[in-house]
Design a protein around this ligand. Structure first.
Ligand SMILES: *Cc1c(COP(=O)(O)O)cnc(C)c1O
Length: 391
């Protein structure tokens, strides 16, 4: 009755590319590169070569050098390492840090934890589209400011921050700049040879790689130094100890290499899908497009609908898989803190649905999603006076 699942939740995670699976299978095979790449015997050296190749592929995607890539378990850990590591390494110079309330939880909660440890955090409010006003940033940076962290593409709305201008301002003022690029790496062109970014977080499963592997890019390994937050065997330049998971690293490298070839075509495709979806629903009454029309990554479309509740809407749309607000908040029952920071009231934030698209999304899937969305809203609104007073 409900039919095959239609997956429109690529911002939460993506299916693993078959070419990535093949690479990982080779690694995991008993005659593959299963050995510990830190071992100096022949099998270890083979594994190290595979891991080295993957590091090069990741670096090439970002147009930087391989030694600036530190593997982690994903963007959550990368954010923790970059932010805590920078704050701690520079604590003797000052303890003022700057970020925004619209960041991913992995950034917001890392700064909150630092706040409890005696750091002073400035939370800069976005404009109505979600962008950081540069003059606000300029006015907030002080003598003792050590780090600014502003994400590249927002995971709920897709808004793209002007990280080139933000980074330039930080460079002028001698402040480190970190960006959480989990949603933009392999989707938007990122050239770290010219982009003034000191620290950048990424995660492979947002671009058709495996879950559990990510990286932090560190522009300056010497003076820009960050402190480790874990201790152990000294791997990854002593910044992220632990045995390297070679099959995951190889998968992430392959995903990066594929993205480098196919990024432009994928970008055009998701834009076509997004525009088709919006064209199919935008005539409905009471819709608010939370993703800005310009300055947004086309792979994400976030829409609120008056008189309905997001979770009911999501369930009413089955088997179309979308996110209500953010998947990371979806068990808390709270409305999205990102949308509220953009000035949406609680009810409108509650009704938000995030559609997100990938290179495997088809026009037919979009058409089914349009139909389900419209029908679910009509049904919920028909019972809305009662449900409004009950909830
Ligand atoms: C997905 C995501 C993360 C977390 O990535 P993990 O791989 O789950 O650690 C962090 N920041 C943003 C913006 C994300 O979209």
């Amino acid at each position: 009755m409900t039919g095959e699942p239609i997956y429109l939740d690529y911002a939460a995670t993506t299916p693993v590319d078959p070419r990535v699976i093949a690479t990982m299978q080779q690694c995991l095979a008993s005659d593959g590169c299963f050995a510990n790449p830190a071992s100096i015997h022949i099998k270890g050296r083979q594994a190290a070569a595979v891991a080295g190749q993957a590091r090069k592929q990741m670096a090439e995607l970002l147009n930087t050098s391989a030694e600036r890539i530190i593997w982690t378990s994903g963007a959550t850990e990368s954010n923790n390492l970059a932010i805590q590591g920078a704050a701690k390494a520079r604590a003797h110079r000052g303890r003022h840090l700057i970020t925004m309330p619209t960041e991913h939880k992995a950034v917001v909660d890392t700064f909150r934890a630092l706040g409890k440890e005696g750091y002073e955090i400035s939370w800069l409010e976005p404009d109505s589209r979600g962008l950081l006003p540069l003059d606000t940033l300029a006015a907030t940076i002080r003598e003792d400011t050590q780090l600014v962290s502003v994400m590249h593409v927002n995971n709920e709305t897709g808004v793209i921050q002007d990280i080139r201008s933000i980074g330039s301002l930080c460079r002028q003022k001698g402040v480190l700049f970190h960006t959480d690029a989990a949603q933009s790496v392999a989707k938007l062109d990122i050239d770290l040879s010219t982009l003034p970014v000191d620290l950048l977080s990424l995660t492979a499963h947002k671009f058709y790689g495996p879950q559990g592997i990510g990286a932090v890019y560190i522009a300056d390994m010497t003076s820009g130094g960050i402190s480790p937050i874990m201790f152990g065997g000294g791997q990854e330049r002593r910044l992220r100890p632990g045995t390297l998971p070679v099959h995951l690293v190889a998968g992430a490298g392959m995903a990066a290499a594929i993205a480098r070839q196919e990024m432009a075509a994928n970008a055009r495709h998701v834009e076509t899908m997004r525009d088709r979806l919006w064209a199919g629903i935008s005539d409905m009454a009471g819709l608010t497009r939370n993703s800005p029309v310009d300055t947004a990554f086309a792979g994400i479309l976030n829409v609120s609908a008056e008189g309905v509740e997001g979770e009911s809407l999501m369930l009413g749309m089955e088997p179309v898989c979308v996110a209500s607000g953010s998947a990371c908040n979806s068990t808390s029952g709270e409305s999205s803190y990102v949308l509220r920071a953009l000035g949406r009231d609680d009810r409108l934030a509650q009704s938000a649905v995030r559609f997100s698209f990938g290179h495997t999304t088809t026009g037919k899937e979009i058409d089914v999603a349009i139909g389900r969305y419209r029908r679910a809203i009509d049904r919920l609104r028909a019972i809305s006076p009662a449900s409004a007073s009950v909830s």
